[in-house]
Design a protein. Structure first.
Length: 318
């Protein structure tokens, strides 16, 4: 017998970590999306309400990332009933913070909780990927860390190809999201189809050094090497307003490095102190303020835990 309703949270994510295009990502403590699902006797997932998207997200169950993920879990569970979804968006859309992934993950985790959590988190991965694929392609560098937490190395799309790396103490992140939408598809269309051997060697070396720095909890080292992306950032830089100026301002305020978060336009600075990360966030926002671009700045940390069930109401609960 399913529960009456369930609610789950899934965190925003920073994909790529500079040099690790499509293969590295991390979960943030905040922000994140919340999804509440209510059991209904009719089959399939439908949207009851979406808050916080400014009316921009599709309500059509076949196009909505949360609905697609929910339907995928229902199908895996082989149940004939359905769910009504309320999505509370706390992530800006098309911002490089894994917005579609967070909604898909929160929906999958909530539906699983509704039915008593029969599936493990790794078993929910395919459903989350189904939801993510509808919006930004079948890749797991946002879905993986949002679902599983921490820093993840993604070498494929099955759960045994997603590897949790250690989370170093002492990493503080400052993020700024200018009010310009950069759809992932557009940011992928500008990437080179071919990479020369020299760049391939430099990039793979940088990824290896980044993973080594993560294992040694070398925050300065990881921030430095994250910035050494010689393939993706140069191709995308023109889509990120004031990238150079924001990087300079972040460093003047004490940041150790700055990268594009996912496909952008959010920029993510790495710091080794909380107070510094607060100052860096303000300094980054100030660059946009000076040129009249609206932006949102945050400072946060890496979330060791991924998506979480917030509450489950059984049929007897009010
Ligand atoms: N790794 C992806 C990209 C972003 O940079 O295009 C994840 O949505």
């Amino acid at each position: 017998m399913p529960n009456a309703s369930a609610e789950a949270f899934a965190p925003a994510t920073v994909a790529n970590l500079g040099v690790g295009f499509d293969i590295l990502g991390l979960a943030l403590r905040e922000p994140g999306d919340r999804v509440r699902v209510e059991h209904r006797d009719q089959p399939g997932a439908v949207i009851t309400d979406i808050e916080g998207d400014g009316g921009k997200l599709p309500r059509d169950p076949e196009k909505n990332t949360a609905c697609i993920a929910a339907n995928s879990v229902l199908k895996t569970l082989g149940v004939s009933s359905g769910v009504a979804i309320t999505l509370h968006k706390h992530l800006p859309l098309a911002s490089g913070l894994g917005s579609s992934a967070a909604s898909a993950v929160a929906a999958a985790v909530a539906v699983n909780a509704l039915f008593g959590e029969p599936l493990t988190r790794p078993e929910l991965l395919p459903a989350c990927l189904d939801g993510e694929a509808a919006v930004s392609g079948y890749h797991a560098d946002n879905v993986g860390p949002s679902l599983l937490g921490g820093i993840t190395l993604i070498t494929g799309t099955s759960s045994d190809q997603i590897h949790n790396l250690p989370v170093p103490e002492g990493v503080y992140l400052a993020l700024v999201t200018p009010d310009v939408a950069v759809p992932t598809a557009e940011a992928r269309a500008v990437l080179p189809k071919m990479v020369n051997l020299h760049d391939m060697v430099a990039q793979t070396g940088a990824v290896a050094r980044l993973v080594d720095a993560i294992y040694r909890a070398d925050v300065r080292g990881l921030a430095t090497v994250m910035e050494q992306d010689c393939i993706i950032e140069p191709a995308r830089a023109h889509l990120m307003p004031k990238l150079i100026e924001v990087r300079e301002a972040a460093k003047r305020a004490g940041a150790l490095g700055l990268v594009i978060s996912g496909a952008g336009p959010t920029l993510c600075a790495v710091c080794d102190d909380e107070k510094v990360s607060e100052l860096v966030a303000a300094a980054m926002k100030n660059v946009y303020d000076m040129v009249g671009v609206q932006s949102t700045a945050r400072h946060t940390r890496i979330a060791v835990k991924g998506a979480q069930v917030l509450r489950v109401n059984d049929r007897e609960s009010p």
